[in-house]
Design a binder for this molecule. Structure first.
Ligand code: GLN
Length: 447
């Protein structure tokens, strides 16, 4: 009731929810309160959570922030959603997002921008901006987001909350509407690291319905949280202190590094030499995969269809033209171009090769350190409208989150202070493949 009241009071201006499941949530809560539903052995028993609107929910509208899916009601739950339910979570609603998770500011939503609770003139980050803002403003106890190139970590950083992207394949993508299938991962956005571990524990683990979902056991993600980090070696990548970094972010980083030194960690400078090529490789690979994944929205099977079109091709064309927003169209065109015969070798293959080099950078770095610590974004949250005229500026803000996504390694954003203007700054902890436990341990020791 308290969360629903806050949503009612605050979300008219924040716009973090697209759908609120008030009746359903209260009914569930009553069932737990009265004992009709047993709470026993349910790690999330009665915990009110929000879901990014890219996760399929049975019987509940799932828009992906797009007009084309405005009325899409999935007949099934995503595996991650089903696992939350089985473990006792109460679903408060579906959160706003950049259309099909394409964006870094939540301004690409067909349902209006989300505002940053710390400064209503600023963006919450994206694409999981609704989830991050809702957690920051106490409109839910925690949320799920998705991260393809930073969409959990970057909004967590902008909103002063914790956000974790697991190793690629840790969480089943079944029922997650696909953007870039080789990159998409579901993960938690929470108030603190322990909550992130708890949520991830519930949703992670093998699922036969997703062939890319890992069979490796997840292990106990909370077991190491309180273990000291004394003696651990942490790498600081010199390439992550990019030109144009906000001096206040740089200062927050220095302070965070001092905390790790005080905790007894050894800090060493490392090099991830292909970092510079991350943006270029990602913005070939992600749109290429998107152009293929989004071909299914043709007005026939899902969502919006332009009525009274003259013929089939016109129906396809007009449904897509009216249903998709500008950024989605841009990416479909970029992706279609880079996959077309004659260009594939020059673009997609080349980008895939660069991706391998970026992955090798990390694997080599982890020979010499247990984890990497770095900024999440070079700047704090920017103003609404500040980067909308220049897509390239928007893409460049992802420079420090994209490499981990391309490499498939786990990473977390944990709050590490504020600018003098009161805007949150996040610290990124990156670990080797399957290294969720060490990432969580370091972040928890730090927070
Ligand atoms: N900002 C990046 C993009 O626009 C990443 C988005 C994401 O992680 N979903 O593609």
């Amino acid at each position: 009731t308290a969360y629903l009241e806050r949503i009612e009071e605050l979300d008219k201006s924040l716009n973090s929810y697209l759908t609120v499941l008030a009746d359903q949530a209260l009914e569930q809560a009553r069932a737990y309160d009265s004992g009709t539903l047993p709470l026993q052995d349910k790690p999330l028993g009665g915990v009110p959570l929000a879901l990014k609107d890219v996760l399929c929910t049975q019987g509940v509208r799932t828009t992906c922030g797009s007009r084309i899916l405005e009325n899409f009601i999935p007949p099934f739950d995503a595996t991650a959603v089903a696992r939350l339910k089985e473990n006792g979570a109460i679903l408060l609603g579906k959160t706003n997002m950049d259309e099909f998770a394409m964006g870094s500011s939540n301004e690409n939503s067909a349902y209006g921008p989300v505002r940053n609770p710390w400064d209503m003139e600023r963006v919450p980050g994206g694409s999981s901006g609704g989830s991050a803002a809702a957690v920051a403003a106490d409109l839910c106890a925690g949320a799920l987001g998705t991260d393809t190139g930073g969409s959990i970590r970057q909004p967590a950083s902008f909103c002063g909350v914790v956000g974790m992207k697991p190793t690629y394949g840790r969480v089943s993508r079944y029922g997650l509407v696909a953007f870039a299938s080789s990159l998409d991962q579901i993960g938690p956005i929470t108030k603190d690291v322990r909550d992130a571990a708890l949520l991830l524990q519930v949703v992670a683990g093998h699922d036969p319905r997703d062939s890319t979902c890992l069979e490796q056991p997840v292990g106990d993600l909370q077991a190491r949280l309180d273990e000291p980090i004394r003696g651990m070696t942490l790498g600081i990548p010199k390439e992550y202190f990019v030109e144009g970094m906000d001096p206040e972010v740089a200062r927050a980083m220095e302070e965070a590094f001092a905390v790790f030194r005080d905790l007894g960690a050894r800090l060493v400078e490392i090099s991830l030499p292909h970092t510079d090529y991350g943006v270029a490789a990602y913005y070939i690979i992600a749109p290429a995969e998107a152009s293929s994944n989004l071909a299914r929205y043709d007005g026939v099977k899902y969502g919006f269809r332009k009525q009274e079109a003259r013929d089939l091709l016109t129906m396809y064309r007009e449904s897509r033209n009216l249903g998709f927003g500008a950024e989605v169209k841009r990416r479909i065109m970029l992706g279609t171009y880079s996959l077309s015969a004659g260009y594939y070798d020059a673009y997609y293959r080349k980008a895939s090769q660069v991706r391998t080099l970026i992955k090798q950078d990390f694997i080599q770095a982890f020979d010499n350190c247990d984890a990497i610590i770095a900024p999440v974004v070079p700047t704090p949250a920017f103003k609404i409208g500040e980067k909308t005229q220049d897509p390239l500026q928007m893409y460049l803000s992802d420079v420090l989150t994209l490499p981990a996504s391309l490499a498939g390694i786990p990473g977390i954003s944990v709050p590490c202070g504020h600018t003098s203007g009161g805007l949150p700054v996040g610290l990124q902890v990156l670990g080797p493949h399957f290294g969720e436990a060490v990432v969580l341990q370091l972040a928890h020791n730090f927070e």
